[in-house]
Design a protein around this ligand. Sequence first.
Ligand code: MN
Ligand code: MN
Length: 475
Amino acid sequence: MKKTIKKPELTYSNKNGYEKLPKAELKNLEELNRLYIDFIARAKTERDAHDEAVALLETAGFSDLLKFEKDNTRLKPGDRIYKSCSGKTLMAVIIGKKPLEAGMHIVGAHTDSPRIDIKQNPLYESGDMAFLDTHYYGGIKKYQWVTIPLALHGVFIKPDGKKIKVSVGEDPSEPVLCITDLLPHLAQDQMKKTLAEGIEGEHLDAIVGSIPSDDKKLKEKIKHNVLKLLNEKYGITEEDFLSAELELVPAAPPREAGLDRSMVLGYGQDDRVCAYTGLKAMIDLKGTPEYTSCVLLCDKEEIGSVGATGMASNFFENTAAELVNLTSEVYSELSLKRAMEHSWMLSADVNSLFDPLFPAVSEKKNTAFMNHGLCLTKYCGARGKSGSSDANAEFVAEMRRIFAKAGVIWQTGELGKVDQGGGGTIAWLMARYGMQVVDCGVGLLSMHAPMELAGKLDIYMAYKGYLAFLKDGRK
Ligand code: MN
Ligand code: MN
């Protein structure tokens, strides 16, 4: 009998993932996306995402690491735990068969998204209306955030520690807030300005009321009426804004998009798309992995990962130290350093997709395309790769092996063509430990806009890719 040996393909081509996806997997793809849409509908802020993730983890049998830390309860392979940082950043772990010193497999995503934060002393009255003054968060194109329905989320913290949660505008029965724009009839001066200047940061104030209070003696009757309503509903006074964190986010729910329903349109997909698919992969990981698996959902990425809940803080390293302590006979600093250095990480953040309406910013051979699969980005940065965490080719090759074995459809993509712009995420913060890190996430259109667009196949492949990475041993 003649044996046919398949010759290796000489050329590399990158096709639409739907042409490669086994038909039997379509059902799983749709189910994962249904769960994802449900998650981002509820996880509208970093605090909401944290709470939703904790609920999912607890249902899946993960326990709070704090309990183990308190009574020095030993951790053993297969144990499923999580650790929270200030109710914003979260880490989930499954202890692997190998000692921590051998390294971890980490999927690191972020749950904060560009939005409009309420200032500390925000309420004022003007033109017979009351407003909340704001300071936007993250890189937004300000003109996109006017005239859309906005929901108010967040917390008031009283001096005695009492936390009052606020969520207004998500349910269709609740009111929404909005920021106005000028009618075109009177916008001749505004229209001559650049897109960056047409709507300025201090302009982004949301209208919250227009009914005056009954009290004839008061000076700012509309502002007082709003305060009265807030006091009745939440028991707060104007001073309580000083210790509040309130965020305005688009109120519209995420939806399936396209006549063929092949995409998801929704707020905050940067980076809750990688956060959710990473989390779900962790939850679905069966049995005990070779290497300790870890999913990180961190805060403050959009403003440079700074602050106590950002990736630049020591939260991850401290938690890794707790893990070393609870899994080894004697705690040693050297074991911790080895655990960090020997780790592998997918820095799970979104990338840009090729947009045929704006072809000039991309170089087509090295750009990610809608529904061509999970996007792996060896380096980002700007101007000669400046500021980029350039992954080792050896590590990229490991990813090729893992993805091929698991049937993950994936592609590579740079963030824009050379010298067009650029960007960066948390990869470099982890690379400092000497661990292997590469950016790997879902491509988006309209990134950082109130409504971002992602491909369902790409979302499904992120889940598959992260799962394969977390559970796969090394060669
Ligand atoms: Mn991001
Ligand atoms: Mn971003």
